[in-house]
Design a binder for this molecule. Structure first.
Ligand code: ADP
Ligand code: MG
Length: 599
């Protein structure tokens, strides 16, 4: 462009180009279209929403959303496609009190800019006899007029990205796109159990939810009722926030966080902070690489939630974020630890060949190491380990006066020990429980160490200091850890090059006869790769618990087993060891009967 002798290179883009650029942010893929249109239907007060997808072998051909919401007047039906046209906010202040899913007035304009949209709509309860039809292609109005239409709105989107070949090329396979649509709809359905959703692809029903006041019904519809039985309700009420929903028993976990669904003010959002807080609530109930299944709905003062972070509104910014996260963790933790979390052992679908096997008189191979002399599987006779085990158990005798959390654990009576590892017990309700003796003792020790904060009673001097020789590298690591170790009751002194003197150890470890335990603990500490989420105190505590606990392979007397079971009753979390592995498993009579085909 030439004006005089100056050359202007800057010009204002035409509206169609502007719209296409804007569309790039809102409409990333077919699933974004579904999300925006379904959200519009929800904002319009729909009670039932139907989504129809058609596809060819390779790609998605059309997306149609039918709602029974408010509908639009003929004028609004046209205006709705203008960029920044919205009925949901009027001024900037309204952004602080958003109760609708939309508010930017961008979605319809953006979708219409990159596809062919046919909208039919009729106002609800307005006594109108006809509706309005609007056809827009690539942002250009092609047709508008009266039409017969049910109350509510139907939006049909075809030829998505026909005029943006680059975007079209970037679309993944049809199945990936459909998977995205599913994922988005699952989140939306769970955030809105009060609405009935139906999803069809090529006329085949994919997902149906019924209107229900209970999110549990929606969860059952989407994920099956098997999941529901492993969910625990989470509820917390604070002045500025309400938390409600469900989270899974630790026995039901996944390798990724994709089944943690969070709704904030009924908006399905993705929030690493809340996801992290939920995981945090499990503490040592879950191994670090496992994630629960959770559906949490947070109702937070709208003034504390900024949804205007990104055009897709999937991210939100929270004021008092730390406080909110802490509350979520607490709510999850409280919910979990007020339930009996012993995993039930489900009968495997098939454990032996289908042919019926005749019962024979052959004596089964009893390879259990029940001591022959003890008819009930427990050696009552003293053996070399017993005194030592007694001493270890005495260390973890919890202070009297503490109340066991009876609600969580059934009363258990020992019937035997298996393999020097597992304690067999029956519950007062007639179930069989297998208990990992090391894991249980580890948990008891762990909680004791955690509970002992401050005070010098934590350390006991060794009569003869133990000498530790470490490599150069280990020495360096250990030197850094000395203050942290001292806080937990280990007094170590450097003693010449690469050598340390251990002068005192934590009281919980008891009177050590075998000092190799100290060497083992320090080895654990210096060799272990530190995990970022686990702080040094926690690491040291876990190592003390692990090394101080009675080992697998230790034959225990019935009395010792019973003492362990008694002690675990006082634990805040009796269900997993500090690393998140289960401490016990339960077999119900019914399950055993099923396994034996007695039913
Ligand atoms: P936003 O949702 O941010 O307001 P949209 O572009 O998605 O922007 O929609 C523009 C306007 O069109 C909405 O504010 C609403 O008034 C109207 N609208 C869109 N979809 C529907 C629908 N399904 N039913 C009734 N009104 C709708
Ligand atoms: Mg919208």
């Amino acid at each position: 462009m030439k004006t005089g002798n100056t050359v202007s290179v800057i010009h204002i883009l035409d509206q169609a180009t502007v719209n296409q650029i804007a569309a790039g942010e809102v409409v990333e893929r077919p699933a974004s279209v579904v999300k925006e249109l379904v959200e519009n239907a929800i904002d319009a007060g729909a009670r039932s929403i139907r989504i129809d997808i058609t596809s060819s072998a390779k790609e998605i051909m059309s997306i149609q959303i039918i709602d029974d919401g408010s509908g639009m007047s003929p004028a609004d039906a046209l205006l709705a496609f203008t960029p920044h046209a919205t009925s949901k906010i009027s001024r900037i202040d309204d952004l602080h009190h958003i109760h609708t899913l939309g508010f930017r007035g961008e979605a319809l304009a953006s979708i219409a800019a990159v596809s062919r949209v046919t909208l039919t709509t009729r106002l609800r309860d307005a006594g109108e006899v006809t509706g309005t039809k609007v056809l827009i292609e690539g942002g250009e109005l092609h047709e508008t007029g009266e039409t017969g239409a049910p109350e509510g709105t139907t939006v049909l989107v075809e030829d998505l990205f026909f005029n943006t070949p680059a975007r079209k090329k970037f679309q993944k396979s049809k199945n990936t796109e459909i998977a995205h649509i599913h994922a988005i709809l699952e989140g939306i359905c769970l955030a809105h159990p009060e609405i009935s959703f139906r999803l069809y692809t090529n006329q085949h029903e994919q997902l149906v939810t019924d209107r229900s006041p209970r999110i549990l019904d929606t969860i059952a519809r989407i994920y099956g009722s098997a999941v529901v039985k492993d969910l625990i309700p989470v509820n917390l009420s604070l002045p500025f926030m309400q938390i409600s929903g469900y989270t899974s028993r630790p026995s039901l976990s996944r390798r990724d966080a994709s089944r943690i669904l969070i709704a904030i003010n009924q908006r399905y959002v993705s929030s690493t902070i809340i996801t992290g807080a939920i995981k945090e609530g499990y503490g040592t109930l879950l191994a670090k690489e496992r994630f629960p299944i959770a559906f949490l709905s947070l109702e937070i003062d709208t003034g504390l939630v900024d949804v205007n972070v990104h055009p897709t509104k999937k991210l939100v910014r929270l004021s008092r974020e730390k406080e909110i996260a802490r509350a979520v963790s607490e709510a999850v933790k409280t919910a979990l630890l007020s339930h009996d979390l012993i995993p039930d052992v489900a009968a495997p679908s098939q454990i032996y060949l289908e042919e019926s096997c005749e019962e024979t008189a052959t004596v089964p191979d009893l390879s259990y190491d029940f001591t022959a002399a003890a008819p009930y599987g427990i050696s009552e006779a003293l053996h070399s380990g017993t005194v030592m085990t007694d001493r270890q158990l005495r260390q973890t005798e919890l202070p009297t006066g503490m109340v066991p959390l009876d609600a969580k654990l059934p009363l258990m009576e020992v019937i035997g020990q298996f393999g020097g590892i597992y304690i067999l017990a029956t519950t007062d309700t007639g179930e069989l429980v297998l208990i990992d003796q090391h894991a249980v003792h580890e948990r008891i020790l762990y909680e004791q160490v955690i509970a002992r904060t401050g005070g010098d009673h934590r350390s006991q001097e060794l009569i003869v200091p133990v000498i530790l020789d470490r490599t150069l590298q280990e020495t360096a690591i250990l030197r850094d850890l000395l203050p942290a170790l001292a806080r937990e009751g280990f007094v170590l002194e450097e003693f010449g090059r690469d050598t340390f003197l251990v002068r005192a150890i934590p009281v919980v470890l008891g009177k050590l006869e075998d000092t190799t335990m100290i060497d083992e603990m320090v080895s654990d500490l210096v060799s272990e790769e530190p995990v970022r989420s686990v702080n040094t105190r926690e690491r040291i505590t876990r190592i003390i618990a692990c090394r101080g606990a009675i080992k697998a392979g230790t034959v225990c007397t019935r009395e010792q087993c019973q003492r362990l079971i008694h002690q675990i009753r006082y634990a805040k979390n009796p269900f997993t060891c500090p690393h998140g592995r289960p401490t016990m498993l339960r077999f119900s009579r019914t399950e055993l009967d099923t396994m034996f085909k007695r039913t």
